[in-house]
Design a protein around this ligand. Structure first.
Ligand code: SF4
Ligand code: SF4
Length: 111
C-alpha cells in the first residue's frame, strides 16, 4: 500500500464552492483571527439552499468556483489555505471520483 496521494492542484474540488459548507467553528476561527475579509466575501455571496443545492439569492444562479480559488500558471491554489474551512481540510486527494487521483486511490486500495 502506498502513502497518501499527492494533490495535483487541478482545482476540480474547489470548483464546487466548498465555503458554502463552512461550519460554525470556521466562522468562529475567522472572527478570532480577525479575517473580516473572508467573512465579508462569504456574506456577499448571499447563498441559500434551494432544495438540493445552493443558489445565489441575488441572481438565482448556481455558485461556481470558490471565491478563494486562484490560478498560477496551470496550477489552482487556495488563497486562504492556512485557514481554509474544515470541509476543505477533510477532503483528501483521491477521496471522490471528482478528483483525478480517484482511480489511483482505488488501485492502491486493491493492492
Ligand atoms: S481534485 Fe484532487 S488533485 Fe485536484 S485540487 Fe482537488 S485534491 Fe487536488
Ligand atoms: S477555501 Fe480553498 S481549499 Fe476550500 S474550496 Fe476554496 S479554494 Fe478550495
Amino acid at each position: 500500500m502506498s502513502g497518501p496521494l499527492n494533490c495535483l492542484c487541478c482545482g476540480k474540488c474547489c470548483f464546487v464552492d466548498l465555503t458554502a459548507y463552512a461550519h460554525k467553528e470556521d466562522f468562529e476561527r475567522w472572527r478570532a483571527e480577525g479575517r473580516q475579509d473572508i467573512l465579508d466575501i462569504i456574506a456577499h455571496r448571499h447563498l441559500l439552499w434551494a432544495g438540493d443545492r445552493m443558489i445565489s439569492v441575488d441572481t438565482g444562479d448556481y455558485p461556481r468556483e470558490c471565491p478563494f480559488l486562484y490560478s498560477e500558471g496551470e496550477k489552482y491554489l487556495c488563497s486562504i489555505y492556512e485557514t481554509r474551512p474544515q470541509v476543505c481540510r477533510d477532503y483528501q486527494p483521491g477521496s471522490s471520483p471528482l478528483c483525478p487521483q480517484w482511480n489511483r486511490g482505488q488501485k492502491d486500495k486493491n493492492q
